[in-house]
Design a protein around this ligand. Structure first.
Ligand code: ACO
Length: 309
C-alpha cells in the first residue's frame, strides 16, 4: 500500500499586508505587483509569532484532522529555511509542544521545494513500515529575512504554515510517483546573504518555468498516467506567470490549477499545503482525484508528486 495524506492543517497569521501598504514602503505599484506576480496581499506574522508557533498551529490541526494523537507520530519533518534557531530545530521544538513523545525529529532544508522533499521522505519511512505516521510541516516566516527596502523581493513573500500527516492509505491511493532534484550550480541566484534573502528574479524565473513543467510531465509519466487524467495541479505559488506556464505545459484549463498566491504571496515551503487544504475544504479536491504537486526553490531544488486523493 502507498503512503498518502490522512490529515491536513494550515495556519496563516492574521496581519494582512496589501499591495497598497507596500506602495508606501518601496517604489512600486499595486498594478505592477498584480500583473507581474499575481499577488494582491500576503500575511505577516507578529513579532511574538516565530516559525515554530506557525508550525504548531498547522500541526495541531493536521493531527486532529487525521484522527490520531501526537504520541502515535514516529517522525516529524519540518521543511523550512527560516527556523527559529539553527538548533534546536523547529521539528524538535514542535515535538515538545505537541507532546509527540515517540517521534524522532529533523528539519529539511530545500527552500520552496521543502514540502515535496518532506512528503517523499515520509513516504519512504511509511512504506518501509518504519513509522505508521509521519508529520510533515512546510512553514516559513520569510518576513524576518525580507529586506523591506528592496522592491525586487519585498513584494513577493509572505508567512504561513501547512502540515500533513502521512500514513498508509487504501490500495491504489496515495503518492503514485515522485521526482526530486537539485541544481546546486544555480544556488547563487537565490540565497540568504547576511540577514536578507537575495534573488536574481529573471534567472529564477527561467529555471522555474522550465523545471516545473518538466517535472510535472515526468511524474505523470512515471505514474503511468496521461495529462488528461489530471484533476488538479497544485504548483508552488511563486508567481502566477510561472504557475500558468506549468499549467499550459500540461494543457489544463484555469479551473484545474490551484491559485492562492493572490491572498498569501510566496510562502515558500508552506504554499503547496496551504493550497491543497484550501482546495479540499472548497470541495474542489474530491476522493479519487489525481493531483500533481510541483515545487521549486532555493538551492536550487525541485520536487514533484502525483497523488491519488
Ligand atoms: N515594483 C515596480 N517595479 C519593479 C519591482 C517592483 N516591486 N520589482 C522590479 N521592478 C522593475 C525592475 O527594476 C525592472 O526595471 P528596469 O527594467 O528599469 O530594470 C522591471 O521592473 C522589470 O524587472 P524584471 O526583473 O525583468 O521583472 P520580471 O518580469 O522578471 O518580474 C519577478 C520580476 C516578479 C521577480 C520575476 O522575475 C519572478 O517572479 N521571478 C521568480 C521569483 C521566484 O519565484 N522566486 C522564488 C523564491 S522562492 C524561495 O526559495 C524563497
Amino acid at each position: 500500500m502507498n503512503a498518502g495524506i490522512i490529515g491536513l492543517g494550515t495556519y496563516s497569521p492574521e496581519k494582512v499586508l496589501t499591495n497598497e501598504d507596500l506602495e508606501k514602503m518601496v517604489d512600486t505599484s499595486d498594478e505592477w505587483i498584480r500583473t507581474r506576480t499575481g499577488i494582491e496581499e500576503r500575511r505577516i506574522a507578529g513579532d511574538d509569532q516565530n516559525t515554530s508557533h506557525l508550525a504548531f498551529e498547522a500541526a495541531k490541526e493536521a493531527i486532529k484532522d487525521a484522527g490520531i494523537t501526537a504520541d502515535q507520530i514516529g517522525l516529524i519533518l519540518v521543511a523550512t529555511v527560516t527556523p527559529d534557531y539553527t538548533f534546536p530545530s523547529v521539528s524538535t521544538m514542535l515535538q515538545d509542544q505537541l507532546g509527540a513523545t515517540n517521534a524522532a525529529a529533523m528539519d529539511v532544508s530545500a527552500a520552496c521545494a521543502g514540502f515535496m522533499y518532506g512528503l517523499v521522505t515520509a513516504k519512504q519511512f511509511v512504506e518501509s513500515d518504519t513509522y505508521s505516521h509521519v508529520l510533515v510541516v512546510g512553514v516559513e516566516k520569510l518576513s524576518k529575512i525580507t529586506n523591506w527596502e528592496d522592491r525586487n523581493t519585498a513584494v513577493l513573500f509572505g508567512d504561513g504554515a501547512g502540515a500533513a500527516v502521512v500514513s498508509k492509505v487504501s490500495e491504489g491511493r496515495g503518492i503514485l510517483s515522485f521526482e526530486l532534484g537539485a541544481a546546486g550550480s544555480g544556488g547563487k541566484h537565490l540565497l540568504q546573504n547576511g540577514p536578507y534573502l537575495e534573488m536574481n528574479g529573471r534567472e529564477v524565473f527561467k529555471f522555474a518555468v522550465r523545471q516545473m513543467g518538466e517535472s510535472a510531465v515526468n511524474v505523470i509519466e512515471k505514474a503511468g498516467l496521461s495529462k488528461e487524467d489530471i484533476d488538479m495541479l497544485i504548483p508552488h505559488q511563486a508567481n502566477i506567470r510561472i504557475m500558468d506556464a506549468s499549467r499550459e505545459r500540461l494543457g489544463l484549463p484555469e479551473e484545474k490549477m490551484s491559485k492562492t498566491i493572490h491572498k498569501y504571496g510566496n510562502t515558500s515551503s508552506a504554499s503547496i499545503p496551504l493550497s491543497l487544504k484550501e482546495e479540499v475544504v472548497n470541495g474542489k479536491v474530491k476522493d479519487d482525484d489525481i493531483l500533481v504537486m510541483v515545487g521549486f526553490g532555493g538551492g536550487l531544488t525541485w520536487g514533484a508528486i502525483t497523488l491519488k486523493w
